[in-house]
Design a protein around this ligand. Structure first.
Ligand code: NAP
Length: 329
């Protein structure tokens, strides 16, 4: 398997296009460029990160970026999630469907950048992972992609998949409001197998980075996703986490986003944890520069914040009833 150069923090590109108001190219390109200037070598994308009227918008944005800056293509390990129908978000994992999705990914990227890691975005409880991985492996063997990843899988699936073909990385939600991978042993299995965890939505979709002025504004803006944790009543309670992060950040002369990322980086590779690579999303050059400025927590700062986080009871599920069916399968 090709050795992939994944930086300690990566960049999530979903927010540019999975929105009714996609970011203009000039703004997106400046932010993407700033991530490379900051030493980021890992970008995270999705073939369905778009509204239905704008298919493959995320991958096409990336292709346009590398058309303008071809010299940047070798600097980036690109991870792409696919095998989801963008119209209804149905998981499509029959062999022919997998091939159609991967071919469409390669077509949308137009040869401008290699796919470093290709991931089925979700598993289907009715389709064993042993039937999925060999189909993706055909593309590795043919030299069309570099590696295979998984997203939102449980520890048994991770073990079984890795027995079929080495898994380059596993993408799992990890944040102050989503610590389940530590509690349910998935992180430990990833560590045992030497598989890095790509920690997605590290800012709890922006809430604990201070993206929104109030719980009401956050609930309104995040309603598009329909997740329980971000309904206004739940967010009113969960806001206390942001208050704590803000207090730590103010005392340290850092920003809430920097403190959140530092809290994750502190745990990476420690105490039996796997390597954890947070992938914050951000659509402006200013936020990208802020987020990728290295900030670390002292042992005391981490202990104070982590004690608060461990004792905090988050209100509401991180997803909703529909999406839960495909989580941690
Ligand atoms: N595997 C999966 O199932 C899965 C699911 C979800 C996401 N992901 C991946 O994870 C990546 C990140 O997750 P995410 O976008 O859901 O959530 P996130 O990274 O937790 O938060 C993104 C939000 O934080 C805001 N933000 C970024 N930097 C900030 C700063 N310095 N100060 C204040 N606000 C800031 C962003 O604002 P702006 O966007 O307005 O700049 C955006 O609203 C995605 O891009 C995607 O690649 C994977």
């Amino acid at each position: 398997m090709t050795k992939l150069n994944i930086s300690d923090v990566g960049y999530g590109l979903m927010g540019f296009t999975w929105t009714p108001h996609p970011t203009p190219d000039d703004q997106a390109f400046a932010a993407m460029k700033a991530s490379i200037d900051a030493g980021i070598t890992f970008w995270n994308a999705g073939s369905f990160y778009n509204l239905p009227d704008n298919p493959y918008a995320n991958l096409k944005l990336i292709a346009r970026y590398f058309t303008k800056y071809p010299e940047d293509a070798p600097k980036i390990v690109l991870s792409v999630k696919t095998c989801v129908n963008p119209a209804n978000l149905g998981v499509e994992l029959k062999p022919e469907q997998i091939r159609e999705h991967i071919d469409a990914v390669l077509k949308a990227l137009d040869g401008k950048v290699r796919v470093g890691i290709l991931e089925p975005a979700r598993m289907d409880p009715a389709i064993p992972v042993e039937d999925v991985i060999p189909v993706i492996a055909e593309y590795v063997k043919a030299g069309k992609i570099d590696g295979i990843g998984l997203s939102e899988v449980g520890k048994e699936t991770l073990k079984r998949a890795n027995a079929v073909h080495p898994i380059a990385a596993v993408e799992l939600e990890f944040s102050m409001t989503a610590r389940h991978i530590i509690e349910d042993g998935t992180a430990q299995v990833a560590a045992e197998l030497g598989i890095p965890v790509i920690g997605y939505s590290p800012f709890s979709r922006g809430v604990i980075a201070g993206r929104y002025k109030s719980a009401k504004e956050g609930a309104d803006k995040l309603a598009l996703f329909g997740f329980d944790q971000f309904k206004e009543d739940n967010l009113n309670h969960n806001w206390k986490l942001y208050d704590k992060v803000k207090a730590v950040a103010d005392a340290k002369g850092a920003t809430p986003a920097q403190v959140v990322l530092a809290w994750i980086k502190y745990q990476s590779g420690r105490n039996g944890n796997p390597r954890i690579v947070p992938i914050p999303g951000a659509t402006t050059v200013e936020r990208v520069r802020e987020n990728f400025k290295p900030v670390t927590l002292t042992d005391e700062e981490f202990a104070d914040l982590d004690t608060f986080v461990r004792n905090f009871k988050v209100s509401g599920d991180r997803y909703n009833e529909h999406s839960r069916k495909f989580l941690s399968v």
